[in-house]
Design a protein around this ligand. Structure first.
Ligand SMILES: [Zn+2]
Ligand SMILES: [Zn+2]
Ligand SMILES: [Zn+2]
Length: 434
């Protein structure tokens, strides 16, 4: 009989706590499915995403009391009420101001802790390693939290002091723990829609080429193996976007998570770095410097301005830099985004095509980012009538998504439907000509 999959905590050499499984895992295997202890929709999308099931909706209904929470329908609202009840009063008091995501998450964690007596005491806060500037930002969040919870917390106080460990009663260290340990919740296009705390997953360590990936279906998190894993081998995820050179990954990990990564890729990734930085340095340096400004246009939805800059840079500054240069890749991706928003499908496809071989090179293991990019390009090909090409791209997407997302995930079913559409289109074309 097969042994049951069990995860266990162990001491990972040089990294403190880690997680491993007691059995061998196949690539694509679901390792763990976890509901968050607490989660909330990002402020940025809070009027477009249901605060209960995290679905996008065009006509969401508002909570009549706080006017901030929104739901698909009465059913979602009813199911959310036990969690929203306390928060609703806090929101009404601060209205029209809405506290930052981390503060709303912290409040929800406190309410959940009081209900469930779960302890976040073990999570690391890294407070002692933080710069003064960071601590300053954190203490502002902590005071917003206190303001937000004022009345609610007064009623809760006696329960809180008895239920919460001392380290979590202090708002500053609670905020620090939350910021270090919460996960960004993404929709199926990998757009950020919320934040959540998944206690059982906070123990997973980072690797720049991880053996597991996390995907979401609403707020439900699923952890899957992307390579075959031996019994008792440590399970890892990536805390950051891995499409960057070693020095940049290391800096980001140090700044945000306070450790120096010693993974295989960090120690032997010189060749990948060379590819990522290929082309004339003076040229891509120039591009690297303007990227943050372009990112800003993207977050502010200034698509016309963004596209103009992308076109100019791609045809002049970096026209001779190879497509695998990581800054050029980021630029090309932004050009795709801009074109899609401006409905310039042909141009979007011509930019999108250039990225595919590069993504393939930089994601040797199945990765959600790669799967989603293939899906994006496949949809453009399909829409523009390049059916054979689209079918081929969707097939590649499926090969990745069935491993990273599993067969029943909405994105995997979507790609299967797309493949069927392409196939029936191809058949009906044959019918026409014969
Ligand atoms: Zn809903
Ligand atoms: Zn409300
Ligand atoms: Zn690393």
């Amino acid at each position: 009989m097969q042994k049951m999959l069990k995860l266990e905590r162990f001491v990972s050499p040089g990294k403190g706590n880690g997680v491993r499984a007691n059995v061998a895992l196949r690539r694509g295997q679901l390792v763990l499915s976890a509901e968050p202890l607490a989660c909330c929709v990002s402020n940025r999308v809070r009027s477009q995403v249901c605060h209960h099931c995290f679905s996008w909706g065009e006509t969401l209904k508002r909570c009549s009391q706080c006017k901030a929470a929104r739901y698909c329908n009465a059913m979602c609202q009813k199911q959310a009420w036990s969690i929203h009840r306390r928060e609703c009063k806090s929101l009404q008091r601060l209205s029209p101001r809405i506290p930052p995501d981390s503060v709303r998450l912290a409040a929800r964690i406190i309410f959940a802790l009081v209900c469930e007596l779960y302890t976040v005491e073990e999570h690391e806060s890294h407070l002692s390693l933080m710069s003064e500037q960071k601590k300053q930002g954190l203490s502002e969040l902590a005071s917003t939290l206190q303001l937000y919870l004022q009345q609610e917390a007064a009623g809760l106080e006696p329960i809180m002091t008895s239920a919460l460990p001392p380290s979590c009663q202090d708002p500053l260290s609670l905020m620090a723990k939350i910021i270090c340990n919460c996960f960004t919740i993404c929709d199926k296009e990998l757009q950020e829609i919320g934040v959540g705390l998944y206690p059982s997953l906070s123990l997973l360590n980072h690797d720049c080429r991880p053996n597991c990936v996390m995907m979401f279906d609403g707020p439900l998190l699923q952890l899957r193996a992307v390579v075959d894993i031996r019994p008792e081998e440590e399970l890892t995820i990536s805390y950051i976007e891995t499409l960057s050179v070693t020095a940049e990954r290391q800096k980001q990990l140090q700044d945000q998570y306070y450790f120096t990564c010693r993974c295989q890729l960090c120690s032997c990734g010189a060749e990948q770095d060379r590819f990522m930085l290929s082309g004339e340095e003076a040229k891509w340096q120039q591009l690297k410097e303007v990227l943050p400004e372009l990112e800003k246009h993207k977050t502010q939805n200034n698509w016309e301005t963004l596209l103009k800059s992308c076109r100019r840079l791609l045809s002049t500054v970096v026209n001779n830099v190879p497509d695998e240069n990581v800054y050029k890749l980021k630029l090309t991706d932004m050009a795709v985004d801009a074109c899609v928003h401006l409905q310039l499908w042909e141009e979007a496809l011509s930019f999108g095509r250039k990225t595919l071989s590069v993504y393939k090179r930089y994601f040797p293991d199945p990765h959600p980012v790669h799967g989603v990019q293939l899906m994006r390009v496949g949809k453009l090909q399909h829409y523009l009538g390049h059916i054979q090409e689209a079918l081929d791209t969707f097939r590649q997407a499926f090969q990745i998504l069935e491993l990273t997302h599993g067969r029943t995930h909405p994105l995997t079913t979507e790609v299967l439907t797309k493949m069927e559409e392409c196939q029936s289109h191809a058949y009906s074309d044959c019918g026409d000509t014969t």
